[in-house]
Ligand binder design. Sequence first.
Ligand code: ASP
Length: 346
Amino acid sequence: MSQALTSLLLIYTGGTIGMKQDPAKGALVPFDFSQIQEEVPEIGKFAVRTDSYTFDPLIDSSDVEPSLWQALAELIRDRYDRYDGFVILHGTDTMAYSASALSFMLDGLTKPVIFTGSQLPVGVPRTDGKENLISAIEIAAAKDADGHARVPEVCICFGSLLIRGNRSTKVNAEMFNAFQSPNLPPLAEAGINIKYNRDLIRKPADWDAPLTVYPALDTRVSILKVHPGITRQTVSDILHGPNTRAVIIETYGAGNAPTKDWFLDCIRQANRMGKVLVNVTQCLRGTVDMNLYATGKALQEAGVINGYDSTTESALAKLFHLLGNCPDNDEVKMRMECNLKGEISK
Ligand code: ASP
């Protein structure tokens, strides 16, 4: 009996990869998916059947809203049985947020969901879009000897790297290696061959369990980035806002923040109000350890929970997801400190 051809759904949301210069507007504007296919005829050379789905309107990813993540999650759920994997073409600016969000919204994933995009439009001679898209397709189609997907995770494939979506961050606005996974080595590197870091790739507990999609998101989250000169008013406005259920506090180094009485009083008051307060470091690499310095300890005692080595993008997406699914903030706090999808080293 002949084996069915591997099939992928290419989902096009917008971004630079599918843009071209509009002389009238003097800016990049999106073009349709058939033009991407024309520019990348290599797609047809894989022993893979590809279908495409185009979002309308196509957007610059600076305009991404959680509603796009819900639409993506529902699209994947509705077509899950028809495809072996999904490749999402997305702008780079918020790709790390979208990949993080999907990693929490799709539970029991047994198939690859690979985000990609580019720094230069696919029609430009030096584009990175072709290589990124071709690598993403090859990875999304890759299977192990047992027939299971090699990378059943939400990832970003960009430059020479395949990285876990909820570990990714955009670090470069102009070079082709735009994304990094600062606290976890890449899941694969694309050179002459694609070399997989197999020990790091997460596998589902049960390959036969159905995919569960959690579309609910609660966006009542703010981010407080501490900095020298921050005022009591700013801290209070962010921490005590009536429409905020959770605040990510971006701290210095290993999780340190000012120890001035007014600052800690603001934190204690937010904690008494029942807010979820999460400590994430401003540093690109490394983890929060609130037991290292007195300043970190003071935060812990004031009710701040540990975000470990989470990126801010992942902490935000995780909070949206947990708040959307648990009415009880104490349960959210407890689950925030758990490693749900490989997003923290714990
Ligand atoms: N502004 C674009 C976007 O995020 C940038 C890109 O795709 O690289 O959609």
